[in-house]
Design a protein around this ligand. Structure first.
Ligand code: CUA
Length: 348
């Protein structure tokens, strides 16, 4: 009988774990910095300015740190007779250098802040975002202005999804309906608090079309971590087409199941909290559902949007996101639940 091949002996662990950890640490740390919610991949003017400030401060601080450590090492290790001019070092390095560097940085930061705030620059579009525990109410009070064929209603309302035109200056008007939230789209701008009874304004120009992610950045209760939103930056023409489409009420249900779903949606009282434009549902306590079927995610950025996720959310919202205001409609039978989900998924 042939003997089994012998395994090579296990190698001893690497000799220099500290060196390996030091080499791997930057890669590990930076691996968390990619993707659609990274301030290190700016896609708008304000975020780009903030990224530049970050680089200047980090690299400048690192160079000064290395320089100070080198001088300190020299002072400790060199023979005393080689280290002269003590008072000169103290006045030069301890007084003159910090004064010059900090003054220059202050001037630089004032200039950058003015550029980011851009006070007085005319804006092309206003978007009002209101933080609510734990979702985002999004209104475009005058989205249809200047668009051909749009007269009458020019106001758009949506939730948990913000669509922004690239290359146009957008002003976000931020407030809250309950506690303090913080509005943060890391790829586009810095964070700004939403404060009860107060309005904060944030302007920016998004310059790179794409899908990004925003997140509440101020602890606001049990589901703070599940208070996210999608940010979609479109080319200007695509944005105008989006506005035109969104100003229309959604189409009538296409099939029997969806029609049954619409009737059940209205009978179950969903319209007390939610609005679907063009129907008797006009509630404003919860997210506007007029085009909910076209959103990328549900539950404020928590689940990918699908018929199944819609049904699951309706049946177990309290289980999926405890303490949120939407009750779990676990009294609905399976067919009704599927019908409502089919109706909502068609609202595009
Ligand atoms: Cu809203 Cu944290």
């Amino acid at each position: 009988m042939a003997s089994r091949p012998r395994r090579p002996p296990l190698r001893p662990p690497a000799r220099r774990p500290a060196a390996m950890i030091a080499a791997a640490a930057p890669a590990f740390l930076l691996s968390a910095c990619g993707g659609s919610q990274s301030a290190l991949h700016p896609a708008g003017t304000a975020a780009r300015d903030i990224f530049e400030i970050t680089l200047v401060l980090f690299i400048g601080g690192a160079l000064i740190f290395v320089g100070v450590m080198a001088i300190a090492a020299y002072a400790v290790l060199a023979r005393p007779e080689r280290f002269r001019g003590g008072i000169g070092w103290i006045l030069g390095g301890g007084v003159a250098f910090p004064v010059v560097v900090l003054f220059a940085l202050q001037v630089y930061e004032f200039a950058m802040t003015r550029r980011i705030v851009a006070a007085g620059t005319p804006v092309d579009l206003t978007i009002e975002v209101t933080g609510v525990m734990w979702w985002w109410d999004v209104r475009y009070p005058d989205a249809g202005r200047g668009l051909d064929g749009v007269d009458g209603n020019r106001e758009l309302r949506t939730a948990n999804e913000i669509v922004v035109p690239a290359g146009r200056r957008v002003e976000f008007v931020l407030t809250t309906r309950d506690v303090i939230h913080s509005f943060w789209m890391p790829t586009l701008a810095g964070k700004l608090d939403m404060i009860p009874g107060h309005v904060n304004r944030l302007t920016l120009v998004a310059d790179t079309p794409g899908v990004y992610r925003g997140q509440c950045a101020e602890f606001c209760g049990a589901q703070h971590a599940l208070m996210a939103f999608d940010v979609i930056v479109l080319e200007p023409d695509a944005f105008d087409a989006w506005v035109r489409h969104r100003l229309q009420p959604p189409a009538e249900p296409r099939d029997e199941l969806a029609a049954r779903g619409r009737d059940a949606f209205l009978e179950a009282g969903c319209g007390a909290c939610h609005a679907v434009r063009g129907t008797p549902a006009t509630g404003t306590l919860g997210p506007d559902l007029t085009h909910v079927g076209s959103r990328l995610t549900l539950g404020a950025g928590v689940f990918p949007n699908s018929v199944g996720a819609l049904a699951g959310w309706i049946a177990s919202a309290r289980h999926l996101k405890p303490e949120n205001r939407m009750p779990s409609f676990d009294v609905l039978d399976g067919v009704t639940l599927r019908a409502i989900a089919a109706y909502l998924a068609e609202l595009k």
